[in-house]
Write a protein that binds this ligand. Structure first.
Ligand code: PEP
Ligand code: MG
Length: 581
């Protein structure tokens, strides 16, 4: 059994199809001086041909899968239109008189070194885009068609070093049961595509391509990140059983879609979805989301060479607002920085990016960028129920400044004759910095709602980098300090009659969400595919009992005691609920 990174949930059992990157020899030779122009033309024609092919794939993906996934191909086009990339190859042909194929290989050889200097998983992943784009140009130079997963005879599980977005985009979804790759992380394109296509996948398995043979049977467990090679008959039976149970379980959960999200003793909880773009709204609605509790808009700014225009943003926000109507969407303003970079913004390098100029700090600094976003949000409020939320607030002044800019933008729009809804847009803040949680009584007088960003709140309170696996053991949602902060936030909000939601991962964890409910949270916002399972559990819990449990929990001194206590009070009950009809 190999262990990798779970990328897309579900179980797949099938035969291995190894997608090997074709290795072919290219002739290395020097060209004559008078051949330089012809060689450059040959290279540029191959680039143009490649751009045409990529644009076609992009269109196909946009129609078949979604706009966000199609955007991946824009990165390829950007590479092929990048004067620096093209210029360096042309320079090699001209100055060193290399043939085009050798020039491409030489330039590409220098990339791993250049990319390694950047310690971001996201940027490392983009390295593959450059490689894949260059590989396609080589194929066109040599007039060789690329291997593809589009015409498969039988159902298979694809095993590869990595899958290029163009492989996943053109593949026959009915025939590919699952993916397993040597490299990749949760943000790699393969992982994003697998989730969008709802195909079980495990990535980052290191050496799976060396450990399996074509035609061998393997099992992919996309929830645990396990891959079983040549399983025994009993193991296959067991996984088949699990797969069957998983499918029945998901099917059964669907019956909960239209039922209210209410505890046994009648406490109603709003259950909304977290999304990163308009293409995820349908999935959220299919799973019965009561609106969008967190729209992470930063994805509109990432992976691009220029900032998204007001119109582009308006289209995205309007689509979401219209689709979720009559429910509402909470649009969070740009939360770039920390582990989310690669925006077209000229951001300086920082030693401590998580504590640097990120989120609202950046918006308040780059007022034009902020205003463009606010204009798009306000204009989108004409088409549905829109609320706005500011990320990473750490003081009252920040909220006041942000609100002042929002009102200015509103006034400017109204002066231009844009008719905005008469009831003013609700304004909320993320509570994800300890100072904001401590000052909740003050902040609650300034806003209409709070949403707890537990991912960051835990990171900052416990001083544990949320993406550093070496200190992951210290990342404890049930640490007494976290529980006390949440308790303080909820009490302060309710004293001021405003509601409090939770949109961090703690809300998706079954014990975590039970604690949040007990502490008095009014709304939960979770990944679309977690909604029904959470609703199922909430409907079997007693709110009064949860309140008693959390009252005792607040008196405990360590995370370990808290977890043990919760496990004893709720663990068995939750597991039983999940198993039952
Ligand atoms: C959080 O910090 O809990 C949160 C929801 O925001 P993000 O994960 O986008 O930082
Ligand atoms: Mg956050």
């Amino acid at each position: 059994m190999l262990k990798g990174i779970p990328a897309s949930s579900g179980i797949a059992i099938g035969e291995v199809y190894i997608l090997e990157k074709e290795t072919f020899c290219i002739l290395e030779y020097r060209i004559k001086k008078e051949e330089i122009e012809t060689e450059i033309r040959r290279f540029k024609e191959a680039v143009e041909e490649t751009k045409k092919q990529i644009a076609e794939i992009k269109e196909k993906v946009k129609k078949k899968i979604g706009k966000r996934e199609a955007y991946i191909f824009q990165t390829y086009l950007n590479v092929l239109e990048d004067p620096l990339f093209i210029g360096e190859i042309v320079k090699k042909i001209k100055e060193e008189r290399l043939n085009a194929e050798t020039a491409i290989r030489e330039i590409c050889k220098s990339f791993p070194h250049r990319f390694k200097l950047v310690q971001s998983e996201f940027i490392q992943e983009r390295f593959r885009d450059v490689e894949d784009a260059a590989e396609r140009v080589l194929h066109n130079l040599l007039k060789r068609p690329m291997l593809s997963l589009s015409h498969l005879e039988e159902e298979i599980i694809v095993v590869a070093y990595d899958l290029a977005p163009s492989d996943t985009a053109s593949m026959d979804k009915k025939k590919v049961l699952g993916f397993a790759t040597d490299v990749g992380g949760r943000t790699s394109h393969t992982a994003i595509m697998a989730r969008a296509l709802e195909i079980p996948a495990v990535v980052g398995l290191r050496e799976i391509t060396k450990k399996v043979k074509p035609g061998a049977t393997i099992v992919i467990d996309g929830d645990k990140g396990h891959v079983l090679i040549n399983p025994t008959y009993t193991q296959i039976k067991r996984y088949q059983e699990r797969k069957k149970r998983f499918l029945i379980y998901r099917k059964k959960l669907e019956s909960l879609k239209s039922l209210p999200c209410q505890s046994l003793d009648g406490r109603e909880i709003e259950l909304a979805a977290n999304i990163a773009g308009p293409e995820e709204v349908d999935l959220a609605i299919r799973n019965g989301a009561e609106g969008i509790g967190l729209y992470r808009t930063e994805y509109l700014y990432m992976n691009k060479t220029s900032l998204p225009s007001e119109e582009e943003q308006l289209e995205a926000y309007r689509t979401v607002a219209e689709k979720v109507n009559p429910h509402s969407v909470i649009i969070r303003t740009l939360d770039i920085g920390g582990d989310k970079f690669l925006s077209p913004l000229p951001l300086p390098e920082e030693i401590n990016p998580f504590m640097g100029q990120r989120a609202i700090r950046l918006s308040l600094e780059m007022v034009d960028v902020f205003k463009t976003q606010l204009r798009a949000i306000l204009r989108a409020s004409q088409y549905g129920k829109v609320k706005v939320m500011f990320p990473m607030v750490s003081s009252l002044e920040e909220v006041q400044k942000a609100k002042k800019i929002l009102f200015e933008v509103k006034k400017e729009l109204e002066e231009k004759g844009v008719s905005l809804p008469s009831n003013s847009l609700e304004v909320g803040v993320m509570i994800e910095v300890p100072s904001a949680a401590i000052m909740a009584d003050v902040l609650s007088k300034e806003v209409d709602f709070f949403s707890l960003g537990t991912n960051d709140l835990i990171q900052y309170t416990l001083a544990v980098d949320r993406v550093n696996e070496r200190v992951a053991y210290l990342y404890q949602p049930f640490h007494p300090s976290i529980l006390r902060l949440i308790d303080n936030v909820v009490k302060a909000a309710h004293r001021e009659n405003i509601w409090v939601g939770a949109c961090g991962e703690m809300a998706s964890d079954l014990l975590g969400m039970a604690v949040l409910l007990g502490l008095g949270i009014d709304e939960l916002s979770v990944a679309p595919t977690s909604i029904l399972e959470i609703k199922k559990v909430i409907r079997q819990l007693n709110w009064e009992e949860l309140q008693k449990i959390t009252t005792h929990l607040l008196k405990l001194s360590t995370s370990q005691q808290a977890r043990r206590y919760l496990e004893s009070k709720l663990g068995k009950k939750i597991r039983k609920t999940l198993k039952g009809d």
